[in-house]
Design a binder for this molecule. Structure first.
Ligand SMILES: [Zn+2]
Length: 136
């Protein structure tokens, strides 16, 4: 299944970033997935549920933002947003250029830092959890 590979790759990337930031437990992940990737949100959620038990992602929430496919047509000059994978301009039928929908990246993830787990006074895990990573 295509989606298992995508989730696995995303988890590896997040795990590297998390460990570099002393984050031992990931509580939320947000992925941005263009529809051109052909990955179905339901299947991504399923893959996440299969791959995360007994990892630092156990129990984490996965949020997926889907990005529609955008085409720009060299023949008629129109830009169209389509909800499915296509290479053809819906206006005139010419072969169009894909200008959006290939996105596939980790928007951010949230985790608990090592310190937060000990809970020896201080600010508690809430303060540590609000640390969006990545971006742009
Ligand atoms: Zn066209």
């Amino acid at each position: 299944m295509h989606e298992l590979g995508l989730i696995q790759a995303a988890m590896e990337e997040i795990e590297r970033a998390a460990l570099a930031n002393n984050i031992r437990r990931v509580v939320k992940v947000k992925l941005v997935v263009g529809k051109m990737n052909g990955a179905l949100p339901d299947a991504l959620q399923f893959a996440f549920g299969v791959l995360t038990p007994e990892t630092m992602f156990e129990g984490a929430e996965l949020e997926i933002e889907e990005v529609d496919v955008r085409l720009r047509c060299p023949a008629c000059g129109r830009e169209s947003v389509v909800g499915e994978i296509t290479y053809w301009c819906p206006e005139c039928g010419a072969r169009a250029e894909i200008v959006g929908g290939r996105e596939l990246y980790i928007d951010y993830f949230e985790g608990d830092e090592e310190e937060g787990l000990n809970d020896e006074g201080g600010n508690g895990p809430e303060a540590a959890a609000r640390q969006p990573e990545g971006g742009a």
